[in-house]
Write a protein that binds this ligand. Structure first.
Ligand SMILES: Nc1ncnc2c1ncn2[C@@H]1O[C@H](COP(=O)(O)OP(=O)(O)OP(=O)(O)O)[C@@H](O)[C@H]1O
Length: 478
């Protein structure tokens, strides 16, 4: 039977009663109060082994009291409950050092599990997570569409539910998956991402589940898979629609049984992984075509989140532009402003590449133009250029070196007497690498092994480049 004293603060008498019953039944001594002043009096006189508290109380907001509690008794776990189910409440709770955040209404069983865990943990663990939260809010945008997303995310924050994120390419699916991990209860565990479209189909199972030595030609040693690497954390399965059938069957079995075997292995391995999947394809369409298992779909689609395309939330463009200029500045690029007409011009664009397209545009504007204020004409110029390469000479027969030279002359001219920002070598190589790798992948229909051969680079190098340069790999059989 557990022991210890729990201090409960909530101005709602019904909640106090319910918590009193549940926690007393579990064996704890419970003290109840309806205000923050009494709570603080107890805490400051050394009473209690754990606090459960509401956020808004008649005399004070708990977020103002929490820093004092953390300072005076850093070992005292504080569980914060709130009916204000916003992304920010969840984040603020962790920022202020709460042990856990529970959106109301919550499951009593979950609460007693959290209490049990907190009471049995060794004292002296570092004041909870997220030092990064102060300076950086991951998801930008205040449009109604994004607010709806935040509401869902806040509700999901303290759960381990499987989430399926859908949305066009570049809408922020991976970012949302990362936010769910970083601010959720698995944040101290690993976040492992795997993109089904970026891995040769016949290697996907080995990548996911690991393989034994000699399991297939080339398997010279045992290798761990992403499930093992993500143990205790989150596994992000990107482009899930590209998962081959056999791997789907295997994944389904893991989701049903909570264990898996490596490729070539026999011993079942228990897994403790939270799954977040993402797709930019219509999975119901793939199910109809027999390319995606319906039973797997239902297992993954426990909580569906659909991310809006950027053209559905054009009101966020101003915030996003400021955000990306700020990021560019942090990377050492010059500070820029944008005028109102240019912003309007951006709002008229269709954004087929969504936020990624906007981000890349802002980066180019910050890196390539000396002007402090970005105007419509610059935007027009950029949006009319075929992205992302700017190296295309009008004359295709010209050699590449000439094109680059011509491009660089124009580039330096843009700065007049001044020099362009530092880092030119890598920026230019990146500009060349992108079309080069994209062309090799297109020519090999997305087969990275063949593309690596064609380019004469190592397969892992190519995979890394594809990731770093954010290249879309589209596999086609024909
Ligand atoms: N709401 C947002 N706020 C700030 N940055 C964002 C937002 N949405 C997307 N981004 C940025 O846009 C880029 C693309 O996002 P991300 O990679 O998450 O998209 P995706 O939907 O996973 O794309 P794909 O389907 O092509 O993999 C990233 O650099 C990300 O940081």
């Amino acid at each position: 039977m557990p022991t210890g004293t729990i201090l409960v603060a909530d101005d709602d008498a019904a909640i106090r009663t319910v918590l009193n019953q549940a926690l007393s039944r579990a064996g704890y001594t419970v003290r109840l109060t309806s205000n923050a002043t009494t709570l603080w009096r107890w805490v400051s006189s050394g009473d209690g082994d754990l606090v459960i508290t509401d956020v808004v109380m008649p005399d004070e907001n708990i977020f103002d009291v929490l820093p004092r509690i953390r300072k005076m008794r850093p070992d005292l776990p504080v569980v914060v409950m709130s009916a204000q189910n916003t992304f920010m409440t969840a984040i603020r709770a962790s920022e202020k050092g709460a042990y856990e955040y529970l959106p109301k209404p919550f499951d009593l069983k979950e609460l007693t599990t959290i209490v049990g865990r907190a009471m049995s943990e060794p004292k002296g663990r570092p004041a909870s997570p997220a030092e990064e939260t102060n300076e950086h809010i991951p998801l930008v945008g205040r449009s109604p569409a994004m607010q709806e997303i935040y509401r869902v995310l806040a509700r999901l924050m303290q759960t381990d539910l499987t989430v399926m994120i859908s949305g066009e390419s570049g809408t922020g699916k991976e970012l949302v998956a990362k936010a769910l991990h970083d601010y959720g209860k698995r944040r101290n565990g690993p976040f492992v991402a795997i993109n089904m479209a970026a891995i040769p189909r016949d290697l996907i199972e080995a990548e996911l589940f690991g393989h034994e030595k000699g399991a297939f030609t080339g398997a010279q040693a045992r290798s761990s898979g992403r499930f093992e690497q993500a143990d205790g954390g989150t596994l992000f399965l990107d482009e899930i629609g590209d998962m081959p059938m056999e791997a789907q069957t295997r994944l389904l079995r893991v989701l049903q049984q909570g264990e898996y075997t490596t490729v070539g292995g026999r011993t079942p391995i228990k897994t403790d992984v939270r799954i977040i999947a993402a797709t930019n394809k219509d999975l119901s369409h793939l199910i109809q075509q027999g390319l995606f298992r319906e039973d797997l779909f239902y297992r993954l689609n426990v909580v569906p989140i659909r991310l809006p395309a950027l053209r559905e939330r054009l009101e966020d463009i101003g915030d996003l532009v400021r955000h990306f200029f700020m990021l560019a500045e942090q990377e050492g690029l010059p500070s820029k402003q944008i005028d109102q007409a240019a912003l309007e011009r951006l709002r008229r664009h269709r954004w087929p590449g969504n936020v990624r397209e906007l981000e890349n545009l802002i980066r180019r504007l910050a890196a390539l133009y000396p002007q402090d204020v970005i105007t419509t004409s610059l935007i027009d110029q950029e949006l009319s250029q075929p992205a992302p390469s700017s190296l295309n000479g009008e004359d295709a027969s010209q050699n590449l070196g000439d094109s680059v030279e011509r491009y660089l002359n124009g580039y330096f001219d843009n700065f007049g007497e001044a020099l362009p920002p530092p880092g030119l070598y890598h920026r230019i190589l990146r500009e060349v690498e992108y079309p080069l790798i994209s062309a090799a992948l297109a020519a090999t229909r997305g087969n990275q092994i063949r593309a690596a051969e064609l380019l004469g680079v190592n397969r892992n190098t190519l995979r890394k480049k594809v990731k770093d340069l954010d290249i879309q790999v589209i596999r086609s059989s024909r």
